[in-house]
Design a protein around this ligand. Structure first.
Ligand code: UGB
Length: 598
């Protein structure tokens, strides 16, 4: 009470709310007015931010926390009453007629889309201190994830305009959700690279706030151990993206612009855009309100499983069940072996890759009801079996893929399964953890993420008729990987399989030890054999046919020791460098039509 005089009316209101919500301890150590006044004011500035950034404010946060903590203490299973079963969805086969048609449909629809990248997480599991968006997706060209994503969206923009005959003014918006950990470096990365070719106005950063940590089952907010005027905070999870989009007003703006789709994606999947056109085609042809991208998943693999849940009261939903919950849920509902592979060698529950395509109109309607609040969970680490105190503070969390949980049964919720080699190769695990992954399960490391890009490009070219030599096995950072020729291309060269087929002619071949990097919208490969390294670049106005035979010493993968601290982290995490011994470079900077014979 003695401190009231130094507070503004809004701050007094917040103080009253905290006291009513059982948070007296936050003020227990406060000295009289006149001492630490500045710190007291900044305490309330933080409280005000925490209050404003949570749907329903801190009162709701504390109430939700009490309920969830009580459920957790009681050992209540969030899936009580639900029986899991295998849902049905679209299963696509790369390169067949249906796939090609869907890709065309999706590429056309892209002009009605907006992309949302959730990138508030740090690469702690990866052993990388910087932002993951700045990591090279592959080291042949050194293109970082953010550059690759932006160039893919720009290529979709161009393709979509061409396919929709002339309506070319459209700019596909990109929203990036950042956090205190990633905001400044993400902005710097964009600014120092001229937004990788996007207009600055096309990209919008929305920063998620952290949420208050909780000290006990009564949801008493935790004070920072180093600063008694600061509430300890932690990330709330990628589910924040829905509330942020809603409060930003962007959704209604997009609706006014005639947009139909919002595509959500994660920070480190170098393959994703190979799967986007066809899956957007599925959303569009099926009229899905929610379409989750999925891949075949090994039982117990550390990605969530897409599951149909049927409640005893008749409710059903198709939803991601996190991997650590799927197995116990199956066991509790009559599947004695839990999550096991079926005759296909995979779990019958497709793996969620957290790429969601939402139809904008029903999305806005739903968010008007929920304000973007997503079902939360809490994961306290208890000191002992009495579950009365925690080893360290906890907080509520939420996941963006839980969005369908509040949808009515009439919502059209589907999913699209694609081959893993085409759609999913995230970079999440550090070398030591990756090396411990059970044999046959994916490493999800920087090494496997890069090799997956070469494999996908090789397989796509093979399907398009190029003779690609078989890969070899090699071991980097203790992980056995399949090494294909190091083939990369810019998204503007080819986004869809039809694009690839238009760009390669007959009689092309690439040997296993080869590297080929293509950068140019109108580069055509015809009667070309590569045994070594070929780097082709051409401006958009140059139409270049590359033919003949490339034979040189090429670029060689060199093993390194991931404990060698003299090397940068992005190199250590993948376990190799590229020794660029010899290459043929073809570079066209003038407009015109050319043939280059190697
Ligand atoms: N992220 C944020 O933007 N904010 C946050 O507060 C946290 C994360 P992780 P996770 O791809 O295999 C997800 O940490 O959450 C961003 C799915 O839940 O890489 O453990 C972060 O920057 C799981 O079902 O993954 O697991 C990153 O871009 C499965 O699909 C993204 O959110 C798994 O991903 C994911 O964060 C997967």
């Amino acid at each position: 009470r003695r401190n009231l005089q130094i507070l503004s009316p809004d701050q007094i209101e917040l103080a009253r709310m905290l006291l009513l919500e059982g948070q007296t301890h936050l003020f227990a150590h406060w000295p009289e007015a006149g001492v630490d006044d500045q710190n007291k004011k900044s305490f309330f500035e933080q409280v005000s931010r925490l209050n404003a950034s949570y749907p329903g404010g801190l009162v709701s946060y504390i109430k939700n926390a009490r309920n969830l903590l009580a459920d957790s203490k009681a050992g209540k299973n969030p899936y009580d009453g639900f029986t899991p079963s295998v849902p049905s969805g679209e299963i696509l086969t790369f390169g067949d007629d249906k796939f090609i048609k869907l890709e065309e449909e999706g590429a056309k629809e892209a002009r009605n889309a907006a992309f949302v990248l959730v990138a508030g997480g740090l690469g702690e599991r990866l052993g990388y201190k910087g932002i993951k968006l700045a990591l090279p997706s592959e080291t042949t060209t050194g293109t970082c994830f953010l550059q690759h994503y932006i160039e893919s969206i720009l290529a979709l923009q161009v393709a979509s305009c061409k396919l929709s005959q002339g309506q070319c003014e459209t700019m596909i918006p990109l929203v990036i959700m950042t956090s205190d950990d990633t905001h400044v470096p993400t902005l710097k990365l964009l600014e120092s690279n001229s937004y990788f070719g996007m207009k600055a106005t096309q990209v919008k950063l929305l920063k998620q706030e952290k949420v208050a940590c909780l000290d006990d089952n009564d949801a008493r907010l935790a004070l920072d151990s180093n600063d008694k005027y600061r509430i300890q905070t932690k990330p709330h999870g990628h589910g924040d993206v829905h509330a942020l989009l809603y409060s930003s007003g962007l959704l209604t703006q997009w609706q006014k612009e005639g947009r139909k789709w919002v595509l959500f994606f994660q920070d480190t999947n170098g393959l994703l855009f190979k799967a986007i056109p066809a899956s957007l085609g599925v959303s569009s042809t099926k009229g899905y309100h929610v379409n989750s991208l999925a891949v075949p998943r090994k039982a117990k693999e550390a990605i969530g499983g897409i599951t149909k849940l049927t409640h005893t009261d008749g409710r059903t939903m198709v939803i991601n069940v996190e991997y650590n919950q799927l197995d116990p849920l199956l066991r509790a509902t009559g599947h004695a072996d839990g999550d096991v592979n079926c005759e296909t060698g995979f779990s019958p529950y497709p793996g969620n890759i957290n790429q969601l395509i939402l139809q904008l109109e029903p999305y806005i309607e739903e968010l008007k009801k929920t304000r973007g609040a997503i079902a939360e969970f809490v994961n306290p680490k208890y000191k002992d079996s009495t579950k009365t105190s925690f080893k360290s503070s906890t907080r509520l969390e939420c996941m963006m893929q839980d969005y369908p949980k509040t949808l009515p049964p009439s919502a059209r919720v589907g999913f699209t399964v694609m081959d893993t080699w085409l759609a999913y190769a995230p970079v999440k695990n550090n070398p030591e953890d990756a090396a411990k992954v059970p044999k046959g399960n994916p490493y999800h490391s920087a090494t496997s993420g890069e090799m997956a890009i070469y494999r996908a490009n090789s397989l796509i070219l093979r399907k398009a008729g190029v003779q690609i030599a078989d890969p070899v096995l090699d071991v980097f950072n203790g992980q056995e990987v399949v090494v294909w020729p190091r083939i990369t291309w810019k998204p503007k060269w080819a986004l869809t399989f039809s694009d690839v087929k238009k760009k390669v002619g007959n009689g092309c071949s690439i040997s296993q030890r080869s590297t080929m990097a293509v950068n140019g919208q109108n580069v055509f490969l015809d009667g070309l054999s590569v045994d070594g390294t070929l780097v082709v670049s051409a401006i958009d106005e140059a139409e270049v046919k590359v033919t003949g035979s490339v034979q040189n010493k090429g670029w060689i993968l060199k093993h390194i020791d991931y404990k060698d601290c003299s090397l940068p982290e992005e190199t250590l995490t993948r376990g190799f460098t590229i020794d660029k011994v010899e290459q043929l470079e073809v570079n066209h900077t003038e407009p015109g039509k050319f043939e280059f014979r190697c």
